[in-house]
Design a protein around this ligand. Structure first.
Ligand code: 2CO
Ligand code: FE2
Length: 196
């Protein structure tokens, strides 16, 4: 039986992280998949509450997720728990805004500096880690679908309120795993600010 393109991508990523734990070839693999394939559509899932996080594949070395963003569904400003994060755009245009705590990177309880913002279109791949910046991701106009690769997997991250630098730890969670809905959908992360 022929393997689905998304499964081929996962196999290629597994080999890549075995070859190079830093994943130097990962961006090219994601870009090629995004440019040529459509089977990610099987994993698309929308929510009116927030952008959805849908697990495609997870190993000890990495996790691959499909994220689905309705208009206005921005992420909070967040870090990536010390891991590497690649984002390949599959559909729509996505804006990324960098932030940095003045003084030390990600210092707690200090107003954040807004850095550069950048828009990525279909097949483009962005990369970030905590040494580069914190970031916020949002669809620029209309909905968006993105493929995210984290190496290693991230179960928790920190979110930052920009005017005070207030930091909240959040569990990330999945809306679906290999296309099967999860019983407990991840919380609306922005609500953690309202509750404080
Ligand atoms: N890191 C966010 C998440 O996994 C998405 S923004 O792109 O890294 O929910
Ligand atoms: Fe992110």
């Amino acid at each position: 039986m022929t393997q689905a393109p998304l499964d081929c991508l996962c196999q290629a990523l597994t080999s890549e992280f075995r070859r190079d734990p830093a994943g130097a070839g990962a961006a090219a693999l994601l870009a090629e998949y995004a440019r040529t394939q459509q089977d990610w559509r099987d994993y698309v899932r929308w929510s009116d509450e927030r952008y959805t996080r849908n697990l495609v594949h997870r190993t000890r070395e990495y996790e691959l997720l499909l994220l689905c963003w309705q208009p206005e569904q921005a992420s909070p400003i967040h870090d990536h728990a010390g891991q590497s994060c690649w984002m390949a755009v599959l559909e729509g245009d996505m804006e990324e805004v960098h932030y940095r705590a003045p003084g030390a990177p990600q210092a707690a309880e200090a107003c954040l500096d807004e850095g550069r913002s950048c828009t990525y279109g279909p097949s483009q791949v962005a990369f970030i880690d905590d040494r580069i910046a914190l970031h916020l991701i949002q669809p620029k106009s209309g909905p968006g679908v993105t493929l995210h690769l984290y190496a290693k997997p991230i179960d928790e991250c920190r979110v930052f309120e920009p005017s005070t630098g207030q930091v909240t730890g959040v569990e990330l969670g999945y809306h679906s795993v290999r296309g099967e809905a999860c019983q407990t959908a991840p919380a609306e992360v922005r609500a953690t600010f309202a509750a404080d």
